[in-house]
Every structure is written in structure tokens, then in C-alpha cells.
Design a binder for this molecule. Structure first.
Ligand code: FMN
Length: 425
């Protein structure tokens, strides 16, 4: 976890830069390395984070809506395609770096937006931003984050900002201007949230916003002191009450108050607003939450620079088609636009499969916030390296040096009764 030496004012001018160590000396680094011994694959991070979190917070992150079928579909779609390796190729000199929006990134994947990250892990957004900057991977700051977007930009000038918008153009314009003034170059507009998904898991575990202090919640907090003291008490002591800082141009309400965030009119958001944003926002515009190829086409016609195909990690519509299932079809009509994807990616081989179909980038959500829970930026960096190392090995084993050398020829559909995938060729 990061240093206690941060500003006590509630603002974070002293929030360290990207390359500053997270307050770890030699002994702490050794502790960090010990801590990482059992973190060999991204799925390991959840197991370790879960032990530190109250059940309701773990469920908030891990949960999926209703039957969980959207989350399951993401995995099934990835598992139904397998890689076809080729032999006797010189695969030395491998390189997984990727160019996207005029920047070269060290990995073909990035850290997706995670709302409330600083309530799950101490200074979660800042830790993710710091790790992303030092590993040179993109990180998307969530609209529902609890640290001011200006402060995250100071830590990581290459971070992107994600907005949840209401169909209210003056409000949209003011927020867009704030994001531009802060210096962000990439704006991500999430489209799959006209209403919040049916998150029964939150009701069952006792999670609500604001958190209601019930006996169940008190007990969960009592048996998870690393979270109660290490995240909640420490945040209040060093930074004051957390606020929804970035939903609008103005600061939103405190997270723990009965005052509700203004989520009104999100169900009025429409393509006309995306067109208007395109006219006003001079940076890269990415539309997140796309599943239907037809929506990607509309995004392209609105002037978007990219789409991030996603089912929100199975947290919005249940029984939705997996974005991966429609990746090739979407790529076939992308034109100059970048097609990125998330939801369910956990292994280097998953990333290779997306690139074989022609994806331009991959994002992951949950594994990185679990990493931040375990050991702040240092463990997030470890998570990035775990996936990078898998990708490097997988490139060699599949028989290519670059992700762009992959094509649908390296894939075979294996599930007996699955529909054939369109390769977009
Ligand atoms: C705890 C949590 C909070 C999230 N908050 C946001 C958010 O604020 N904005 C958004 O666009 N997506 C949000 N997402 C969705 C992620 O950005 C991403 O689409 C999803 O986690 C990808 O699936 P994965 O977790 O299986 O990698 C959230 C996901 C989780 C798990």
C-alpha cells in the first residue's frame, strides 16, 4: 500500500508522480516480492484480494447481474476459439508494443474504468494511474471515481477519462470542457448505462450507495480490518470524506451521504449527443459499451475515433451476446476507427485471440483493482507484467513476433454446437 505521507488537506497536490515508488523501501519491496509469489496468473489476484475485503465490497467488484449469463458468455466466446500454432519460425526479437492514438504503449492491453476504485483500494484510482504510467499502458479514469480528474492527470498525463452522461447537452458541454481543460487527450463515453443493471448481488451482500450501517455490514467490516482501517479510516483521516468528484463539471455529493448523485436523464442519452460531443471535443473520442456491429458503424459515422466493445464485465444487460462473439463482424466495418474490446479477458492467449480477429486493443477491469487491493501500484505493476509475460510466451509458442502478424488463420472454432464465427475477411 502506498505511503502515509500524502497531503492531509483532502486534495492531493502531494500525490506522487508516476515513477515515484509507492512509499516502499528495501524491506517493503522484499515484502512486496513475497506477496507476489502466489500471484502467478490474473485469476490469483481475486483470491488474495477477497481475503482483505468485506464480502459486500468483494461482491461489488466480482458481481454480475441477474443470472450471470452475460459474464459467462464472455468466457464461453473466448474459449470456443482456440489457437493454431505454427512451428519452425524464428520467433526471436518479439515485440508486443502497440501504437494507439499516436502513442506507443508497452503492452496491447490497458486498465479499464472502475467506479469507486478508491473505496475498494486505498487511493485506488491514483494507484492504478501511477502503475499504468510507469508500465506505459493506458488507464481509463472512471466517471464514478473519488479522486479529482485533475489530480489523476497530474499523476498520469496519458490517462484517459470515461464519462457517464445524461441526455442534457449543457451539462455534457461543461463536463467535456473540464476534461479538456485538465489536459486529457482521450474521452471515453460509456453507452451501456441508460439505467444501472439489476445488481441483485449488491442487495444480497449489503452493498448500497450510500452504505447503510446494518448489523450485517458492521460485522463484515469488523472482520475485514485491513479494509475498514486501511481504506476507509485512512481515507477519511488523510483526505476527508470521499466525493464523487468527476460525474459533472462540478464536484458531486459525498459518497457516504444520503444526497443522491444526479443520474437523472441518463436514459435520454442518444447519438445526437455523441455528434455534439464530437463537434466540441478535439481529442480522441471512444464509445464504450458497444456490442452490436451496427452501433459501431453509427459511432464511426458520428466521427468517433474508436469503440470499446464491452458488456461491462457482465454488469449491465444480462443474457447479452458476448462482444467477443461480434468482434470480427465489427472489425469488418470499422473503417479508420479503432476497435477495442473488454469483458472476461484474463490470459495472454485471450489477448492473442482478439488480435487474431483484428482487434486494436484489449482492456481488463477486475484483475487490476484486485491488484490495487493487495499492494497498491506495486501489485498493479506486477499484474501488468504477469499478462505481458504470458503474451510474450504465447507469441513465441504460436509462432509470430508481433501481434499484427496474427490473423484468423491462427484460430479454430472448437465448440461442437457453436455458431461459426465470421472472420471479417
Ligand atoms: C467494480 C467495477 C466498476 C466499474 N465501473 C465502471 C465505470 O465506472 N465505467 C465504465 O464504463 N465501466 C465500468 N466498469 C466496467 C469495466 O470498465 C469493464 O468494462 C469490465 O470490468 C471488463 O470486464 P472484466 O472485469 O471481466 O475485465 C466497472 C467494472 C467493475 C468490475
Amino acid at each position: 500500500m502506498s505511503t502515509m505521507g500524502e497531503s492531509l488537506t483532502g486534495q492531493q497536490p502531494a500525490e506522487r508522480g508516476a515513477n515515484a515508488p509507492s512509499g516502499h523501501g528495501g524491506a517493503a519491496t522484499r515484502r512486496g516480492l513475497r506477496r507476489h509469489r502466489d500471484l502467478l496468473a490474473l485469476d490469483d489476484f481475486e483470491r488474495h484480494a477477497r481475503r482483505r475485503l468485506p464480502r459486500m465490497i468483494h461482491q461489488y467488484v466480482a458481481g454480475a447481474v441477474e443470472t450471470g449469463s452475460s459474464m459467462q458468455a464472455s468466457r464461453t466466446a473466448l474459449d470456443n476459439l482456440q489457437l493454431l500454432p505454427r512451428m519452425f519460425r524464428d520467433v526471436s526479437d518479439r515485440n508486443q508494443s502497440v501504437e494507439l492514438f499516436g502513442k506507443r504503449w508497452n503492452a496491447p492491453f490497458g486498465i479499464g474504468p472502475i467506479g469507486g476504485a478508491a473505496f475498494v483500494a486505498y487511493r485506488g484510482d491514483a494507484e492504478l494511474a501511477r502503475a499504468a504510467a510507469s508500465e506505459r499502458v493506458p488507464m481509463i479514469l472512471s466517471a464514478s471515481s473519488l479522486i479529482r480528474l485533475e489530480d489523476i492527470h497530474a499523476i498520469n498525463p496519458d490517462a484517459w477519462f470515461q464519462a457517464y452522461l445524461a441526455g442534457d447537452q449543457p451539462r455534457i458541454d461543461k463536463l467535456t470542457d473540464r476534461v479538456a481543460d485538465a489536459g486529457f487527450e482521450t474521452l471515453v463515453v460509456t453507452g451501456d448505462t441508460p439505467m444501472l443493471g439489476n445488481r441483485e448481488h449488491n442487495e444480497r451482500s449489503g452493498f448500497s450507495m450510500p452504505i447503510k450501517i446494518t448489523p450485517k455490514v458492521v460485522w463484515q467490516c469488523a472482520i475485514a480490518p485491513r479494509w475498514t482501517l486501511g481504506v476507509v479510516a485512512r481515507t477519511f483521516a488523510l483526505h476527508g470524506a470521499p466525493y464523487f468528484e468527476n460525474t459533472d463539471a462540478e464536484r458531486g455529493p459525498p459518497m457516504m451521504s444520503k444526497l443522491k448523485r444526479n443520474t437523472a436523464r441518463r436514459d435520454e442519452l442518444a447519438w445526437k449527443h455523441v455528434e455534439a460531443i464530437r463537434k466540441r471535443w478535439k481529442g480522441n473520442l471512444v464509445i464504450k459499451g458497444i456490442i452490436a456491429p451496427e452501433d459501431a458503424r453509427i459511432a464511426r459515422e458520428c466521427g468517433a475515433d474508436g469503440v470499446l466493445m464491452s458488456n461491462h464485465g457482465g454488469r449491465q444487460l444480462d443474457a447479452a451476446v458476448s462482444p467477443f462473439e461480434l468482434l470480427a463482424e465489427t472489425i469488418a466495418l470499422k473503417g479508420d476507427m479503432k476497435v477495442m474490446i473488454d469483458s472476461g479477458f484474463r490470459r495472454g492467449t485471450d489477448v492473442l485471440k482478439a488480435y487474431a480477429l483484428g482487434a486494436d486493443f484489449v482492456f481488463l477491469g477486475r484483475p487490476f483493482i484486485y491488484a490495487a487491493v493487495i499492494g497498491g501500484a506495486e501489485t498493479v505493476r506486477h499484474a501488468v507484467r504477469v499478462l505481458q509475460s504470458e503474451i510474450d510466451r504465447d507469441l513465441a509458442l504460436v509462432g509470430v513476433r508481433r501481434l499484427t502478424d496474427l490473423s484468423p488463420d491462427y484460430l479454430r472454432r472448437v465448440a461442437a454446437c457453436a455458431a461459426p464465427v465470421s472472420t471479417g475477411a
